[in-house]
Design a protein around this ligand. Structure first.
Ligand SMILES: Cc1cc2nc3c(=O)[nH]c(=O)nc-3n(C[C@H](O)[C@H](O)[C@H](O)COP(=O)(O)OP(=O)(O)OC[C@H]3O[C@@H](n4cnc5c(N)ncnc54)[C@H](O)[C@@H]3O)c2cc1C
Length: 431
């Protein structure tokens, strides 16, 4: 089950050459394609399934600076500006509303974390502020929980994943980009060590540069090219309610639920305090690198070992050029929503804001997130493979920054002044 994406008619015929090939038609590949096509650079996006059918349509749509790493905030601020300009740029509503994001805390330990984050971003002009219980009640009326306090950033907001990717794809195509769905890229083609094209299931395209924006598949693609990118999958379950009267336009995150208004008048709800970690061989291979993250986040992870271990093991890690790849065998990763987590989220939400007693669930789905060891993306060149740039590993928060992240990738590909300092996103940090 997946959210319904605003349909886009893409191209059927694959050109034999271009300037830049983008592997992956998620929000990152699409925003990069938009930026490149606006610079009149020939670009072809190749998507193994349907555009935005994996993480980029399944996410919650939060566009936030709150609780980001200090070094990730300039990218988020740049993204805010680009989200605000997006409707005019793409000629369509992408659901962007700067209605604010609030996190509420149940105890002093949770509030201490919010306070420490606020202190760390002093001087960045974010207008984030701590909230008392009384302020929470005024801003989100009808609550029943005795919150210890909260944190609020008025300039945070939301955009609509099922609208945004399609609108961006349409605009990129109108500006000259070619987007081809159901076309998996199998391998890079190199000449004299440098990228000179890609081999797809429909044949070869020659190009000068490749951007890999393959989400959770980037690790497998790079592994076959001899490069180890550390990312691990985590599954997040989500629900959408039918249209209803809600307490606020603000997106609210509590320790064990979150909600935000959907453009049709319903709400997007999730169990914020739990993600499914279905063990795969990669968890075994990368466990040492992730130990600090696992220690810090173990209360959030629901570990299990089951059929995912074996289905993942059955997918090839190495293949020869021309062989059928895992990307063709798994066109759209569509994990099952965890009904227990969704029930927990709804129960906790209803206890906190009883207006949600009337919530009727219209749809439930899940999405697989690609997490790096430090929970930040990799955006930049891969030194071992000249001509290859990656923008991947967005660790569950790449939708919000996507307009700026895609632009940063485009800047790096074209040698333009980067929209923000790319140093924190370098692949070298995992060396
Ligand atoms: C449930 C959930 C909730 C989330 N909530 C938020 C949120 O509120 N705010 C936020 O900022 N972020 C959120 N995220 C994270 C956000 O969705 C992602 O960071 C973002 O969508 C990543 O975009 P992407 O383009 O890198 O990846 P994807 O959307 O996964 O796109 C990658 C694409 O590449 C394609 N591909 C891969 N390999 C190949 C190949 N070899 N050939 C051709 N195509 C290929 C795939 O089919 C896929 O479509 C959430 C994620 C999930 C799953």
């Amino acid at each position: 089950m997946s959210p319904t994406i605003d349909p886009v008619t893409t191209t059927q015929t694959m050109p034999s050459q271009t300037s830049v090939v983008i592997i992956g038609g998620g929000i990152i590949g699409l925003t990069a394609a938009l930026a490149l096509s606006e610079r009149n650079i020939p670009v072809v996006v190749l998507e193994k399934g349907r555009i935005a059918a994996e993480q980029s349509s399944r996410n919650l749509g939060w566009v936030r600076k709150t609780n980001r790493h200090l070094f990730d905030i300039p990218l988020a601020q740049a993204a805010d500006r680009l989200w605000a300009e997006m409707p005019e740029r793409v000629g369509a509503d992408v659901g962007y509303r700067q209605a604010g994001i609030m996190f509420v805390g149940r105890n002093e330990a949770q509030m201490a974390m919010h306070e420490s984050w606020i202190n760390s971003v002093q001087g960045l002009d974010l207008n984030s502020r701590l909230l008392s219980r009384r302020e929470i009640e005024q801003m989100v009326p009808g609550g029943q929980e005795a919150w210890a306090g909260g944190i609020f950033t008025a300039s945070d907001g939301r955009a609509e994943p099922t609208l945004a990717s399609s609108a961006i794809a349409r605009a990129a195509m109108a500006k000259g980009a070619v987007i081809i769905e159901n076309c998996a890229v199998r391998t890079l083609v190199r000449t004299g060590g440098k990228v000179s094209g890609v081999l797809t299931e429909q044949g070869e395209i020659r190009c000068d540069q490749v951007l890999l924006a393959g989400g959770l598949w980037s690790r497998r693609f790079l592994g076959n090219e001899g490069v180890s990118l550390p990312t691990l999958p985590l599954i997040c379950s989500v629900m959408r309610t039918r249209p209803m009267e809600g307490p606020t336009e603000i997106a609210v995150g509590a320790p064990d639920f979150s909600f935000r208004k959907h453009h049709d008048g319903g709400f997007i709800v999730t169990q914020r305090g739990a993600l499914d970690a279905c063990i795969t061989w990669d968890h075994v291979l990368l466990s040492r690198q992730y130990l600090p993250a696992i220690r810090a986040q173990r209360h959030v992870m629901r570990l299990s070992i089951g059929k995912e271990f074996f289905s993942d093991l059955a997918l090839a890690r190495r293949w020869k050029p021309g062989a059928v790849t895992p990307f063709e065998k798994d066109r759209i990763r569509d994990p099952q929503a965890n009904p227990n987590l969704n029930e927990e989220a709804l129960r906790n939400l209803r206890a906190a804001w009883p207006v949600f007693q009337q919530a009727q669930i219209a749809q439930a789905w899940a999405g697989t997130i690609d997490i790096t060891p430090d929970s930040n993306p990799v955006i930049g060149p891969i030194a071992q493979i000249p001509g290859l740039t990656v923008a991947t590993g967005f660790s569950g928060h790449g939708f919000g920054t996507s307009p700026a992240a895609g632009q940063l990738a485009a800047d790096l590909l074209t040698g333009s002044t980067p929209i923000v300092d790319p140093a924190p996103y370098s692949f070298k940090r995992f060396a």
